[in-house]
Design a protein around this ligand. Structure first.
Ligand code: ITT
Length: 194
């Protein structure tokens, strides 16, 4: 089976990707290639961060790879947390604190539209290819469900039966999610190379 490096330290994202393309590619995470550092993600846009991570892995470890960056854009918060989604409440990746911060800021707010956007950067040799996916939804007033990760328990996609991403099976989430859609494009691209 072909191997491909996914430049992420996020175990949930690795699991999602393996579910989506695991039967075609063996997906190696950063730990599998001996990279344990926190790769800088200092760009102003998710696209910059995705490219930054892919370049870092190529330059320091020599692997072709792909990486993704995701942001939750909430209209009533002028697009926040956006590119700052991982570190919205604290410098660490504290999803519960991030959700609490969103819920507090959204208290009493009627306009609750939001979207997840994912940018994937695939670096092959010195060629960078970009793929994108997004999903529209609304921010609920409290958590629903225990699956998924990050902001999943307060995000209800417009498509679907009213469940949050955290109430869906991984397959249901992947079918309509930002990352699922971006990955579908990545797969299509990789397939044309097979
Ligand atoms: P890597 O950079 O190591 O890949 P990360 O956790 O920093 O992992 P991202 O930068 O892509 O992941 O995402 C930023 C944050 O957005 C992430 O910490 C989550 O809180 C949230 N997030 C990303 N994808 C999500 C998803 O599918 N569902 C819910 N929240 C998500």
């Amino acid at each position: 089976m072909k191997k491909i490096v996914f430049a992420t330290n996020n175990a949930h994202k690795l699991q999602e990707l393996r579910q989506m393309i695991g039967e075609r590619y063996e997906i190696l995470g950063l730990a599998d290639i001996g990279c344990h550092e926190d790769i800088p993600e200092t760009g102003d846009f998710i696209e910059d961060n995705a490219q930054m991570k892919a370049r870092y892995v190529k330059e320091n470890y020599g692997y072709d790879c792909f990486s993704d960056d995701t942001g939750l854009d909430i209209d009533a918060l002028n697009g926040e947390p956006g590119v700052k989604s991982a570190r919205y409440a604290t410098p660490g990746h504290d999803s519960e604190a991030n959700i609490d911060k969103v819920l507090t800021k959204m208290q009493g707010v009627e306009e609750r539209t939001a979207r997840f956007r994912t940018a994937i950067a695939l670096l092959q040799g010195d060629e960078m290819h970009m793929f994108e996916g997004k999903v529209e939804g609304i921010i609920l007033t409290e958590r629903h469900g225990t699956g998924g990760f990050g902001y999943d328990s307060i995000f209800q996609p417009i498509e679907g039966d009213g469940s949050t991403f955290a109430q869906m099976s991984p397959q249901e989430k992947n079918r309509i999610s930002h990352r699922g859609r971006a990955v579908a494009q990545l797969i299509q691209f990789l397939t044309t190379q097979d």
